[in-house]
Design a protein around this ligand. Structure first.
Ligand code: ZN
Length: 564
């Protein structure tokens, strides 16, 4: 693209042109202001360069030689000056065009199958508004026209599925500026999904040997001093609130409280409320704990980065002899939960000890081995992120691939050698002495808000039956069947189905279209004949018309399908 622009606009000043997730861009300084009307000519020139099948030739040169080859390109010469002394300076040559670049590149332009220019926008040189405004031209390329079309289609599909758009269309949630940025409101339909997730989550945790705990939203400054959060995490916390205790009494004094950014210190305080022996361990305590973090303005994005969110949190406290088994259980539990939500492609990352860390080296070693063994026991391929662990312990991160092929990090299984030390946590071992327990933090879904955003996009709002906010909608043919329709809905509700009746005065066709837009898994059409026979005419979102079914049978069918 840069070569084409150079040919079409002699004297073009060029800056840099990196690859992006979806394609690439290049920053130009041109006397001519580019508009989409210029795209066809630039694309035609790009195609010409592709047809010429020019080699992309890498040359490594001295600084002087590079300066000579880039003469006249002021931005490139400034970028050249940024390269530290002693570093290799590489240029790429393609026909008459020479660029400062690390590479790598294709061997020849002929390997490019298709190109497309996407947009143009202003962009300050080096991102600084005191610098000249350059023109940033965005493009895409692929090995073939079909591959490019597929890529474009995926981008369009991602826009259609954007959770902010679908969330509005399906009335699932909103974020109100009156309340505050990054603080989500779950509407009744979104809340129905959340309750389905939470019910499933709690049931599975009890089945897996966890206990539920609940903890408050605020805690004294002293708690956060002990946990260390006021030292290393304060920037991400909402500011303190000052409370006067025992007002009007002799002992009146001001106290600072902080709204919690994490649940861990509360679970630790539950641990510390009594003494534990090795026979009591392991303890597995789970909480859907709502935390608040002061995310910077720029990084928020719908439900994906919010300031108030509910973590599906749990902490495991165990003895050294138990960690292998606990980690294996946790990993296999995480996989089962993720699969239930329709994510079958899961990849693992093992992050090991960084240079700056706390905790005994033997503990790090044992914990890392436990994580590794769990991954091997699950037969999971994983990437080792050497030194990528937190300062307080090694961890496994799990990423899922969604329906659009995008990767999302959801689960974390994380050792902590810091908090047990800071809080002086102990248990009585077999030897009758005090020992420090191992502590593991883990979240499977991350946070309910972010997970909900990902789920909306994964399913494009067409949730599977067990998650659908409205599983069944009853569509009476006319007002004469209203009463029967309500009886149908009552019977389904008693069978735990999520059901509504479309009581609007519209024709059936309009009701069906509305139910389709709302992505309802089942519509039940009831007319005079159905009312008389005590049946419902079933229309499935996936399979279309299913014919008439006795009401009692359909109630059973929904229940069975929801549990499947
Ligand atoms: Zn924690």
């Amino acid at each position: 693209m840069a070569a084409a622009v150079g040919r079409l606009y002699p004297g073009a000043q060029m800056d840099i042109g990196p690859a992006t997730d979806e394609g690439f861009y290049y920053d130009f300084d041109l006397p001519h202001r580019l508009t989409p009307e210029d795209f066809p000519a630039i694309e035609a020139e790009m195609i010409r360069i592709v047809r010429e099948d020019l080699p992309l030739e890498r040359i490594e040169v001295s600084r002087d030689e590079a300066a000579r080859l880039l003469a006249g390109q002021r931005y490139k010469l400034e970028r050249l000056a940024d390269i530290p002394a002693g570093e290799t300076i590489s240029l790429y040559r393609c026909g008459g065009f020479t660029d400062l670049c690390r590479g790598p590149h294709l061997a020849r332009t002929g390997e490019i199958g298709a190109v497309k220019l996407v947009s143009v926008a202003g962009s300050y040189y080096r991102g600084d508004e005191k610098n000249p405004m350059l023109q940033r031209l965005y493009g895409m390329a692929a090995a073939s026209q079909e591959a490019l079309d597929a890529l474009l289609e995926r981008i369009e599909e991602a826009k259609r599925r954007d959770h902010r758009k679908v969330g509005r269309e399906l009335d699932l949630y909103s974020i109100s500026d009156t309340i505050g940025p990054g603080l989500a409101l779950w509407h009744p339909r979104g809340a129905r999904i959340r309750v389905a997730i939470e019910d499933f989550w709690r049931r599975e945790h009890y089945r897996a040997g966890y206990e539920m705990v609940f903890s408050p939203h605020v805690g004294r400054a002293a708690l956060w001093e002990t946990s260390g959060h006021l030292g290393f995490y304060r920037e991400s916390m909402y500011p303190a609130m000052t409370v006067t205790e025992d007002e009007g009494h002799a002992g009146a004094h001001a106290e600072q409280y902080f709204v919690k950014p994490m649940n861990c210190p509360f679970h630790i305080e539950i641990y510390k409320s009594r003494r534990w022996s090795y026979r009591d361990l392991p303890l597995r305590w789970a909480e859907l704990g709502t935390v608040y973090r002061f995310e910077k303005e720029g990084v928020r994005h719908g439900l994906l980065r919010v300031r108030g969110f509910t973590q599906d949190d749990a902490h495991i406290f165990c003895t050294p002899g138990q960690i292998e088994e606990e980690i294996r259980r946790t990993l296999s539990f995480a996989m089962g939960v993720l699969r239930r939500f329709g994510f079958s492609e899961i990849t693992a990352y093992l992050a090991t000890r960084p240079e700056k860390s706390v905790g005994q080296p033997e503990r790090w070693e044992q914990a890392t081995v436990a994580l590794e063994h769990a991954l091997q026991a699950e037969g999971m391929a994983y990437t080792r992120d050497e030194g990528g662990g937190a300062f307080y312990g090694p961890k496994i991160d799990l990423k899922i691939r969604d329906a659009l092929g995008r990767l999302w990090q959801l689960s974390t299984i994380q050792f902590d050698f810091n908090e047990p030390e800071r809080f002086g946590m102990v248990y009585i071992g077999e030897d009758g002495r005090e020992h420090q327990p191992y502590m593991v933090h883990r979240a499977l879904l991350g946070s309910l808000e972010r997970f909900f955003g990902i789920l909306i996009e994964h399913y494009g709002g067409a949730f599977p039956l067990w998650l659908a906010p409205e599983q069944v909608r009853v569509l009476p043919l006319s007002d004469k069947q209203l009463e029967y329709a309500r009886r149908v809905a009552d019977a389904l509700r008693r069978g735990d189905a999520r059901v509504t009746v479309d009581e609007a005065a519209d024709k059936l066709g309009a009701k069906i279209r509305r139910a389709q837009l709302d992505k309802i898994p089942y519509m039940l059409v009831v007319g005079g004949r159905e009312a008389e026979a005590g049946v419902v005419a079933v229309r499935s979102r996936e399979k279309g018309d299913q014919g008439a079914v006795p009401l009692a049978d359909f109630v059973n069918q929904i229940r069975a399908e929801t549990q499947a």
